[in-house]
Write a new protein. Structure first.
Length: 465
């Protein structure tokens, strides 16, 4: 799944690191928030000391987990961001770079000078490990595959020995992740080498759409894996979209009266309220239950998957990050406007959606298809919210075939793609037309209100064209 759209699973290996002991100030900071949680639960002095000890244990666990800080190096040498990104990854394919107070992590497989490059973007609450099957299965002599951890997720966090102000002012919003991806493409992947295919699941799909809408020259094409169509609860105070005046005024009023805009540091009063719920949310049992909602195959939900998702929540600022996500504003560009820009820019799009996703149901894929009628729409049967993880063999073959078609100007492959093994999983190119009564109802409403590209197919744009 993500926590808001794609909690995912896979095998997560922490990257090799430079051993560095957190400074005394960072240890004090890591123990500062937990006492607040103790008071919120009515624990008094005893709860405060217990929470402080928990904070110290959490910091020590990160030391043992070898979360790396590039702020310090044992040889004292400075490491330029460009050298770190473009120069390399370690022998296991892991790399790090500094961005806005964060030690950001990514993975790479294949030659960075390959003719075809793919950047995988994960759902909320996970990291690059969820794309391990794509890193290994799609890379080769002519293809290089990257997977990036968004700031505040996976292995991309403020270093434990960083000054408190390093990440102050950072808001974990969709717009911030869009800017991070643009920076990564230009600085680490190398924008001068040409555009890149973006493959995004859930939140990562929405980020990919916004990157392509904002800077289509960076993007060869989009592979959207059950992309979430919405993000954020708080209206943006300013907007570059074509929202009507009443919507803009309402957004500005809401932003003016809210006590916080999501930028770090999080207010103490808010952390007192959120921390107890955060502890419940990140408990292994809660994670397992959330995963069970969005996966069709229960065999995928093993202990390793649960712990890979939980591990990043041990970071001392993880709870503040969660609060920032909840309070950060919606993207300045609306979902509809972003898709309109993608369509007008002629960016190739492939939809690869698990048919049995209870969150991003086929209705949302159909609506996206109507907004971008030239998109190739593949449905994967017996698969939920995370098709790239639950059915990697099928998804990889679809991506390979579609990229070949884009490169040669051929139509998207129409042959069904079947998975091996005992489960019947098939990727099928569909026309995106409504099938169920609720889907037809939404189609009619969209057509009448001109909200969703309704009527595009009536003008002769058929599914799969």
């Amino acid at each position: 799944m993500s926590w808001g759209g794609g909690l995912m699973g896979g095998s997560c290996r922490l990257p090799p690191c430079l051993e560095s002991r957190p400074s005394s100030s960072s240890l004090r900071r890591s123990a500062a928030s937990p006492p607040v949680a103790g008071r919120a639960l009515g624990g008094g002095a005893k709860a405060s000391s217990t929470a402080a000890a928990a904070g110290n244990r959490r910091t020590r666990s990160f030391q043992r987990g070898r979360w790396k800080s590039l702020a310090t190096r044992t040889d004292g040498a400075e490491l330029k961001v460009e050298e770190r990104c473009q120069g390399g990854v370690d022998e296991d394919g892991h790399g790090h770079y500094r961005y806005r107070g964060h030690d950001c992590h990514y993975e790479r497989r294949g030659d960075p000078h390959a003719t075809s490059r793919i950047l995988c973007l994960h759902g909320f609450g996970v990291g690059s490990f969820q794309f391990r099957a794509q890193l290994e299965g799609l890379s080769g002599d002519t293809t290089c595959v990257y997977a990036l951890d968004f700031c505040g997720q996976g292995s991309s966090w403020p270093p434990l020995d960083a000054a408190p102000s390093d990440s102050d002012g950072f808001s974990y919003s969709l717009d911030a992740w869009v800017e991070q991806v643009e920076h990564f493409l230009n600085t680490c992947v190398g924008g001068s080498r040409g555009p890149v295919y973006l493959a995004g699941n859930s939140l990562g799909g929405l980020v990919a759409i916004n990157v392509a809408a904002k800077n289509p020259a960076l993007v060869s094409g989009l592979v959207l894996l059950n992309a979430t169509p919405f993000w954020g609860f708080v209206p943006a105070s300013t907007t570059t979209s074509t929202s009507d005046p009443a919507t803009r005024i309402a957004a500005e009023i809401v932003a003016a009266v809210l006590p916080w805009n999501g930028a770090l540091p999080a207010p103490r009063w808010l952390m007192r309220v959120i921390t107890p719920y955060w502890e419940i949310f990140r408990a292994p049992g809660s994670i397992r239950n959330l995963l069970a909602l969005v996966y069709v195959d229960d065999a995928t939900l093993d202990d390793e998957l649960v712990m890979n998702i939980r591990r990043p929540t041990d970071h001392p600022v993880a709870s503040s990050t969660f609060a920032s996500v909840l309070w950060s504003p919606k993207p300045k560009v609306s979902y509809n406007d972003a898709l309109k820009s993608v369509r007008e820019a002629g960016v190739p799009v492939a939809l690869v959606y698990g048919r049995d996703d209870p969150w991003v149901t086929p209705l949302w894929g159909q609506r996206l298809k109507r907004r971008v009628p030239g998109a190739a729409y593949y449905e994967v049967t017996n698969c939920g919210h995370c098709p790239h993880h639950e059915a990697p063999e099928v998804v990889n073959e679809i991506i390979k075939g579609w990229i070949r078609a884009v490169a040669t100007g051929a139509p998207p492959p129409r042959e069904p793609v079947a998975a091996g093994g005992g489960r019947e999983i098939v990727g099928i190119l569909v026309d995106g037309k409504p099938r169920r009564p609720t889907e037809w109802l939404v189609y009619c409403i969209d057509s009448l209100t001109a909200n969703n590209g309704g009527g595009l197919q009536r003008r002769g744009l058929r599914g799969g064209d």
